[in-house]
Design a protein around this ligand. Structure first.
Ligand code: TF8
Length: 339
């Protein structure tokens, strides 16, 4: 009797499991239209990777899920798209982690000047438990983070003078991202820091509302900043990630299958994007010189002085994101550096 009962129970469990699996296949990928917004133009590294993501989603869903990638901030600057995602009016976007700091304070970790020495460290931390922990914080605010892409190491351009030492920053009207850490960083360096959305940057440079800006080589090239900027100083002062995010309101209504299609496609796009960005960055400097930019490096001594001056910023970041997260990151970096 016991055995019979047990057998029946097992058979029932098996039947239920089979039924659930069959049901999952039959109904769990629906036709979906996904508006995926981003700020750079289609010819940028961001635009190329958005297309790779769109293709991967289409393929992974057997053509049912369609991504409409919309660039050049046509759906608004980062902060506006973030609100649209939170409200459920837009499904997805990719943008700077820096513009998310007002929503999720832990994102400020990535704005720490000179946090990573190289892309290997950046990949390890961003794709590891610390990166995940910071990304998971978004859920409380109505966003789901899928993956980090590379924006890259940021460098300074301006129209006033070649910046070879901290003192050269004095009085330069510098556009910064809309975030306290960037504002403080460049105030500390003596610049007149002015927060502006990226979508307004080219015209602000053109009309001389600001003298300069800072972004990776790729963006200086793809956004044609070389047309309106003379000096390029290789400062590598911070590594900026991009982050692919989803409206949580919309995400919660997706099946597990659909969520997996998006996550798999996001991971594939990350692999493509980082390689593409690094390949482009390696050639971009020569290209920018060829287009007439005057490029200078910082001597190791001047770079060290700049770093030391920015040390003060770190205390504020640690306090903001919480000392435990700061300490955990420093420990992880020490481990990666073999310390
Ligand atoms: C910046 C960022 C931009 C990104 C992009 C629009 O300077 O580096 O590249 O926000 O997603 O604003």
């Amino acid at each position: 009797m016991q055995t019979v009962l047990r057998r029946t129970a097992l058979a029932t469990v098996a039947a239920l499991a089979l039924g659930a699996a069959a049901g999952a296949w039959a109904q769990d990928i629906k036709p979906r239209l996904i508006r995926f917004g981003y700020g750079l133009n289609e010819q940028s590294n961001q635009g190329r990777a958005a297309k790779v993501f769109a293709d991967a989603v289409e393929k992974g869903s057997g053509g049912k899920m369609k991504v409409r990638a919309i660039g050049a901030a046509a759906l608004g600057p980062d902060t506006q798209m973030q609100q649209a995602l939170i409200g459920g009016a837009q499904e997805m976007m990719v943008g700077s982690t820096a513009t998310l700091v007002g929503i999720t304070k832990e994102m400020a970790l990535w704005d720490t000047p000179f946090l990573f020495n190289n892309v290997k460290e950046a990949d390890a931390v961003l794709d590891g438990p610390i990166g995940q922990k910071v990304m998971d914080k978004l859920a409380e605010k109505g966003l789901v983070g899928l993956v980090y892409w590379e924006n890259g190491f940021r460098n300074l351009t301006n129209n006033k003078r070649a910046v070879a030492k901290v003192e050269d920053m004095e009085g330069i009207k510098l556009r910064v991202m809309q975030n306290e850490v960037f504002l403080n960083t460049f105030k500390t360096l003596g610049a007149n820091a002015i927060p502006l959305p990226f979508s307004e940057l080219f015209s602000a440079l053109e009309t001389k509302t600001v003298d300069g800006q800072e972004n990776p080589f790729n963006t200086i090239l793809s956004s044609k900043f070389y047309e309106v900027q003379k000096y390029l100083s290789v400062t590598n002062h911070v590594y900026s990630p991009w982050i692919v995010t989803v409206s949580k309101k919309w995400w919660d209504g997706l099946s597990k299958e659909e969520q997996k299609v998006l996550l798999d496609a996001a991971r594939a796009s990350r692999e493509f994007e980082r390689k593409d960005t690094r390949d482009e960055a390696a050639k971009a400097l020569a290209d920018l010189k060829g287009r007439g930019m005057q490029v200078n490096e910082l001597s190791p001594a001047e770079a060290a002085r700049m770093r030391a001056k920015l040390g003060a910023i770190n205390t504020g970041i640690a306090a903001n994101i919480g000392q435990p997260l700061w300490d955990e990151t420093q420990a992880e970096l020490a481990r990666l550096r073999g310390g």
